[in-house]
Design a protein around this ligand. Structure first.
Ligand SMILES: *Cc1c(COP(=O)(O)O)cnc(C)c1O
Length: 360
């Protein structure tokens, strides 16, 4: 019950234990096509270029940045937590010029502030932002941020690592350009894969680059030689068994239905929030900015936050997350992501917290 990885469904683990076949086996190519189609249904997109990057969420982030950013390019990066800051760091490492739109940790990005920064930076080409900031538990209004970016003719890079399947992510309806996610949060797979989707405008921008993509491994143009087309060619050896797992997780998701998955995450977070209130524990993010899949809780004064987490793990077999960066020691992060989001887990966690805090 931390900020990821979430619990993995037994059917996903069973799928991953199946025999490893070749990465160019016709049966495996069929599975790849099925994964791409299920991912389109998950991102709510018709984008042709939709596939899982071999690597964790950060590899998806880096794939988005390295393909879109050319040396010297000005990129507006919205930063209201650790993951926005990571995007900015990557832009810098690939010789782009990040211009930061910041917000206090725990608050969403202010669309008005983005608009003001874009007015002063008309030469910016890209706006990057995080939908669900896992370091704080804050949700930003992706639809509105994308609308503003497009008003200034910028392409968008959107981090949906924690949001996908937990809250609505509507890639086509909201006009998002490059979007990446991760396998181990609300998709409930083991870590190691990062679904991405690129719309036609972003693919056209990549084709118009004046310089080569700085990473060989993450160059989408090269990777697509393996992930698309009638004749597939070797790029790298795909993580075969991890992809069996992703395929099964996507099948489970679509058996449940995306709407039902969003509703389940919402329902269980409401039970959690109501009970936290009864325990007189204060939540760090409230109202529209809060996330059903990740609730951040203010550590009460005088409580040793690490000791509480350790006891919860030792006595109740429950892991919750600590604060990151400037929130270290100040908050706990309770994840209700994917399969972890069920009422039984919520009740047990609350029972544990009540028991431990009483004695602390
Ligand atoms: C977890 C996370 C990432 C990074 O994913 P890894 O799988 O840890 O590399 C990126 N962005 C957000 C918002 C995340 O929650």
């Amino acid at each position: 019950m931390g900020p990821g990885p979430s619990n993995v469904h037994p059917r996903v683990l069973a799928a991953m234990a199946l025999p490893t076949i070749g990465h160019l086996d016709p049966a495996f190519i069929d599975l790849m096509e099925s994964i791409k189609s299920l991912l389109r249904d998950t991102f709510l997109t018709e984008n042709e270029v939709t596939f899982p990057v071999s690597g964790p969420g950060s590899a998806g982030m880096e794939t988005a940045v390295v393909n879109m950013v050319e040396p010297g390019m000005k990129v507006i990066v919205c930063v209201n937590g650790a993951f926005g800051a990571r995007i900015s760091e990557m832009v810098q490492r690939y010789s782009g010029t990040p211009v930061v739109v910041d917000a206090p940790w725990g608050k969403p990005i202010d669309p008005g502030k983005l608009d003001a920064v874009l007015t002063k930076n008309k030469d910016a080409k890209i706006v990057a932002f995080v939908h669900a900031e896992t370091s704080t538990g804050a949700r930003s209004d992706v639809k509105e941020l994308a609308r503003i970016a497009h008003k200034y003719d910028c392409l968008t890079i959107v981090d949906t690592v924690t949001s996908l399947c937990g809250i609505p992510v509507k890639v086509d309806e909201w006009g998002l350009d490059v979007v990446y996610s991760g396998s181990q949060k609300c998709l409930s797979c083991p870590p190691g894969l990062s679904p991405v989707t690129f719309n036609d405008r972003s693919i056209a921008a990549i084709k118009n680059r004046k310089t080569k993509v700085q990473s060989w491994f993450m160059d989408v143009g090269l990777v697509l030689g393996y992930w698309s087309g009638a004749k597939r060619t070797y790029h790298h050896t795909a993580p075969i068994n991890a992809l069996y797992g992703l395929h099964e997780a996507l099948r489970l998701l679509h058996e449940e239905g995306l709407d039902n998955s969003w509703a389940r995450h919402q329902r269980n977070s409401e039970i959690l929030r109501e009970s936290l209130e009864k325990l007189r524990l204060e939540t760090f993010v409230n109202g529209d900015a809060s996330l059903p899949q990740l609730t951040t809780v203010v550590v009460p004064g005088g409580v040793d936050e690490a000791a509480v987490r350790n006891q919860l793990l030792a006595k109740y077999n429950i892991e919750i997350g600590a604060g990151l960066g400037q929130l270290a020691g100040k908050i706990w992060r309770i994840g209700l992501m994917g399969c972890t989001s069920n009422e039984k887990n919520v009740r047990l966690c609350l029972q544990g917290l009540e028991d431990i805090l009483k004695k602390d």
